[in-house]
Design a protein around this ligand. Sequence first.
Ligand code: SF4
Ligand code: SF4
Length: 450
Amino acid sequence: MPTTEAKPGNPNITVSTKPLPVCDRKPPQSFSFHRFRKLIHLICVAIFFALPFLNLMRFDIPRQRFYFFGYELWISEFSIIFFSLMFLMFIVAAMAMLYGRVYCGYLCPQMIFSEASITLESKLTRTVNKYVRWNAKRRTLLSRTLFYLIAVMASVVLAFAFISYFVEPRDLIHRLLRFDIKTAGGIAGATTTLLTLLDFLFLRQRFCTTVCPYGYLQGMLGDGDTLIVHYRDEDRECIECKKCVRVCHMGIDIRTSPYQIECIHCGECIDACVDVLSRLGKQGLIHYVWGEQGEKLGTGDKSWYQRIGLRNAKRVVVLLVILFYGAGLFTALSMRRAVLVRIAPDRTTMYRLGKDGTVYNRFRLQVANRGREQAIVQLSIEGLAGATFMNFENAVVVSGGQTLQTEFEIQAAPSAGVAPGVNYFRLISRVGNESDVFEETFITPSTDSR
Ligand code: SF4
Ligand code: SF4
């Protein structure tokens, strides 16, 4: 049987009639750590911009406020800020202990923007080389110029978003439009933009291995059960294609050791190896595993808490500490009042005696309205019969975000019959449905000289 025939329409060309070999290449793997990471990066970028612009989180330095998911906390609210910081710190420490450097590979803004910068640069170079018909030198010049222009614009936007974590965005935009580089805020903005640009252009992932302390911290927090990226090749199946090395943004070879300080546990080398070896009908040789000797992620017959990383008592203790600080934060937030009233006696003079024998005691009132709505504070006297406020508008109005300090006097005429010496009584402050009680003293001359 002939194995060739003339090509239809061109008898001078013969083509093979043998059936094509069946392609046994495996379909592309359905799950890819690369795609998963990019999705997480996208969500992180959205959160990065949303937090300050929606007032969800900002450490507002000019106003000395900490905006935290609808709460406007004042710097003086130490307990809430303390619990927030401790809670976040232990979350980061627990992540490092359980899941290694996944924060670096999946959530860190420095890593996200460094990778975006590298991807942008290589895409621009490829696009210019593909569509522009100039010589190589001019094409390189064009792609570099485009990259620098986009990097400058991106640096301004990112620096703006970053500083919005400390300064209100509307205030910031006014400074930006005025090209303010004289005030502290303007200088901080210009410096951050410049640093972001230099980071984009030159530093990138070098930051992770030279400046960032998190990688070094990982060495202290991780142990034999921490999730790592590990190369296992007992059957000597590695074909030395080195794709795992080429895809690694950190420029390392995971096959030499799973404990390299540069490794950010991103999983790109896992995808690369699966992609290569699946074409040969084999399993990948690089995996996420629980410690060097532990089982692969998502395998084994462990209980649910071991599958999520709670593998020894140390981890349970860390979880309990997180719960403790989380409960402390929740309690501090639930006990928080939007309007804080403070009343204290002014004892620069014990009392003032009027010509008619009326005794006056002076008090200081401080109202801090930490909410956004106007607050009306009303005071009343309990347990001091016949005593009244003197020249005091007993409905103090305080706008949202304002602090008011004032003084008032309480008077007791001789006819009120207030006893000589120290008289204990209560001042009640009311704001809406909430009230506070202040135990105070009213002092009159110890001998009845009125
Ligand atoms: S070795 Fe693998 S997991 Fe580690 S940084 Fe490189 S690509 Fe990511
Ligand atoms: S990608 Fe896999 S097969 Fe290729 S060199 Fe790396 S470990 Fe070996």
